[in-house]
Design a protein around this ligand. Structure first.
Ligand SMILES: C[S@@+](CC[C@H](N)C(=O)[O-])C[C@H]1O[C@@H](n2cnc3c(N)ncnc32)[C@H](O)[C@@H]1O
Length: 407
């Protein structure tokens, strides 16, 4: 039986708890807020939107907040640029942005998002997740899951954010096209039909799913009927959505869901990416996605002007990034460091690490996780690192901190 434990986070978006490893997938501050701060704010939009093609790799897609936030970011930026260009240029095909860079009319058709997660059900569920139902601001949430249960029944959909609804529609359609068997998945169906999960799920997408399900045979087999279904799908959308879809061309985005171990997927992947989001569970629990060898792969998959974004600031992770060839910097938001930015082009780093932070990486705590063939279990990667730390002659991080204070 699939374990699915949702709860509401402080910004009203849904977070998940993982009972198997007693860990949460999203921060208490707000799942969407976190995605925006850690993965979207640091993006250099002028540089990115001026590119010919934009490839994004969302590693550990989960229920898709990083991809959803990226789509919202695009929507907002393109709307802004379009408004500006409409006012300031009369060239309909190529428009000029504030800094004189050219971008083409339909930037969305140039965007490709590859979403990787080992959990098929979460990926399938992602379009069904409501991205905001009410604000819990100032309410104290206790993240011990049983104590959150009371919130299950508390939510009343009031003003769902429209752009995220639109994005969920798009993801549903894209996933259905790429992975049609998802429509009939039993585990997904059992979650969708469970009464206690109702407050977290978007009823319009559920309706759409039911509609597709009823037409499943035709959907799978006959392209012309699929097209017909696609048209009926549009009838499900309100006028507002239809107009927004038409005007934004968001639907032109290429979305490629990939289910499996990110290590296996990256090994055979031939693409390079302008943005890589790395949102794996914490390194001490899931070191297989934070090893030196994994970062070496990511380095080879990053564009020369690309950016790898992650929430982790841990010493073994940062050291592995450095040893793989990345230049790294802090992601500073409202005066606080909330993650690490890794690049190949050092001019993209706005907040370099301090002398103290670099020094910390040379202590025992900076010893990297190793996974030579990218096939080891998390437990053996942890054991191997523990042994290396034990036998190491490097200074401990606590001694280093004391010494640094004295100097
Ligand atoms: C912290 S959650 C990510 C949350 C996600 N970004 C979101 O917006 O919901 C970590 C995710 O890593 C996935 N995961 C764990 N091990 C993995 C692996 N080896 N390869 C790919 N995904 C993995 C889990 O299924 C989970 O969805």
């Amino acid at each position: 039986m699939y374990e699915f434990h949702p709860y509401f986070t402080n910004d009203g978006s849904t977070g998940l708890y993982n009972s198997a490893c007693n860990d949460i997938y999203h921060s208490a501050t707000g799942a969407l807020t976190e995605a925006y701060e850690k993965f979207i704010y640091p993006i250099d939009s002028n540089n990115l939107l001026a590119k010919e093609k934009i490839n994004v790799l969302d590693i550990c897609y989960g229920i898709g907040y990083n991809t959803k936030s990226f789509l919202k970011f695009l929507y907002e930026n393109i709307a802004l640029l379009n408004n500006y260009a409409t006012v300031h240029t009369d060239n309909a095909k190529n428009k000029t942005d504030y800094y004189g860079k050219i971008y083409t009319d339909n930037i969305f058709s140039k965007i490709s998002i590859t979403a990787v997660d080992s959990d098929k059900i979460l990926l399938f569920l992602s379009p069904f997740i409501k991205t905001g139902v009410r604000h819990y601001k100032n309410e104290k949430l206790n993240f011990n899951y049983p104590n959150i249960k009371k919130y299950l029944y508390a939510a009343k959909p009031k003003h769902p954010p429209k752009i995220y609804d639109l994005i969920n529609f798009l993801l549903f359609e894209k996933i259905a096209q790429n992975e049609p068997e998802f429509l009939g998945n039993d585990e997904l169906a059992s979650i969708l039909n469970e009464e206690t999960y109702k407050p977290y799920l978007n009823s319009q997408i559920k309706g759409l799913h039911q509609f597709y399900l009823n037409s499943c045979d035709t959907f799978n087999t006959e392209p012309h009927k699929r097209l017909n279904l696609h048209n009926i799908y549009y009838k499900y959308l309100s006028k507002h959505y239809k107009n927004t879809l038409k005007s934004t061309k968001l639907e032109d985005i290429n979305f490629i869901p990939k289910i499996g171990d990110a290590r296996e997927i990256i090994k055979v992947d031939k693409n390079t990416y302008d943005l890589i989001f790395l949102d794996a569970f914490t390194p001490s629990k899931c070191p297989c996605l934070w090893s030196l060898e994994f970062f070496q792969e990511l380095y080879n998959h990053l564009d020369e002007d690309g950016m790898l974004l992650t929430y982790s600031m841990s010493a073994p992770v940062r050291n592995a990034m450095l040893q793989s060839g990345f230049t790294i910097g802090n992601n500073i938001h409202e005066g606080k460091c909330i993650g690490t930015i890794s690049v190949k082009n050092p001019t993209l780093i706005k907040h370099p690490l301090s002398e103290f932070e670099f020094g910390l990486l040379k202590t025992k705590s900076g010893i990297v996780y190793r996974d030579k063939n990218l096939t080891d279990q998390n437990e053996s990667i942890i054991e191997r690192r523990n042994a290396e730390v034990k036998n190491s002659n490097l200074i401990s991080s606590s001694k280093y901190k004391k010494k640094f204070k004295i100097l």
